[in-house]
Design a protein around this ligand. Sequence first.
Ligand code: NAD
Length: 474
Amino acid sequence: MTAHVSVKDDGFVLTALLSKQRAAFLSDGPPSPAMRRADLLKLKQALLKHRTVFEAAVSRDFGYRSAYETRIMEIAPVIQTINYLRRNLTKWMRPERRRVALHFRPGRNRVVYQPLGVIGIISPWNYPISLALTPLATAIAAGNRAILKPSELTPQTSELLKSVLRELFPAEQVAVVTGGPEIGAAFSRLPFDHLLFTGSTNVGRSVMKEAAENLVPVTLELGGKSPVLIGPDADIEAAATSVAFGKLANAGQTCIAPDYVLVPEKDAAAFVASYDAVARKFYPQGNGDLNYTSIVNAKHHDRMLKLIDDAKRKGAKVIEVAAASGEAAHKLAPVLVLNVTDDMAIMQQEIFGPALPVMTYRAFDDAISYINRKPRPLALYYFGHNSEDRQKVLTRTTSGNVTINDTLMHYVQNDIPFGGIGMSGMGAYHGHEGFKSLSHAKGVFEQSKWNLGWLLHPPFNRMTDLVIRYLQRW
Ligand code: NAD
């Protein structure tokens, strides 16, 4: 059996792999709740067993990342998701009864949730464990088979995923293929039953184009600029603490990291001072390196330096808020960027690193308008307690998710959907929505032996007319 392959050709091996999974899916039928729960348990146990190896692999791939950070940001959320899926999947698999109009009774309606078949999963490098395994666990919970293509930028973690998953599952159930953009492109051209892509907006666009050839439905988990809106009544120190945590975890290489801050003019100095103090406390000089993650590679490090330089050249004030010396070659000190303008690249692209532009506003409505002039973000963070402001944020802006009075935390809530909108993505997973998006909701009408269908059969007559008039009132 060809399996868990590193593919160098134009997709021939991929096609064979997909055919094998599909054939096995058709011959075995949908797995029972007990089988799905057992598979998820296996996955969880393997992750726990190999936890330290995963932590070390990620750290090597990044140049450095604390084992604690990998545990908090990746391993614990995946375990939590698996527990949640195992607890709920039997309930979600039950057919749902639906209403039947009087004239169709005693016929019955129901919706049955059927696995889609074979799911393709493409994952990025920034959280290489959780963004591969959370979609995979969701696919398994919904009774599917899956082929995963992790990122080439975290090669050690990707190889580890391949070997761990090979130990757990036969290739006709779960397989891993590794490779870069060419393999990603060949992968997107396969006639999967669904494709779940996590990555950048640009690549997402080309994945959707390729998938459209085969009418493969896609879930696109993309990126963008997630704003933080600090309300006039916010507790500035608490807000700065949450923003520093959300921004500097993984050195800002988080899809839902706060991208920039909108703060009332009167609070700007206090915010800058608090953020600076918190960043220094989180990553103290000397041993800060034990906690602070490296930028993943030279290319991204260089990209960040260019963003900061461009802002400086166009008049921004850049303040280094904590040190980032140390062994890892690509560490980059966190910075605040003040006096930014829209012509700076840092305000046009997703930052995806430890630089935080701080913008000020006078009227709350101006801040809302600023957000609405930009593409719809993946996440939005609001700090404040005024119920009118809060309501305005929730009803007048559109973003994938919102966390109020904190950052990142919506991601680890098991029972709410996670996903973007517009340029930040389409479709969602996590929660019941994840199970549904990787299942086919099949509407079934079951006719009863005794029914009124004959009233509509030809030959048509005056009786037909009366029936049609009755039906039109419904
Ligand atoms: P990327 O789009 O460069 O790569 C993602 C994956 O796509 C990788 O596996 C890559 O090999 C593959 N790929 C590259 N070119 C391809 C192509 N032409 N066709 C098909 N696949 C291709 O993204 P990245 O740099 O790995 O990740 C960073 C981006 O991902 C950021 O924009 C970030 O916001 C976003 N992201 C989003 C989420 C989310 O849940 N919404 C989570 C993490 C990261």
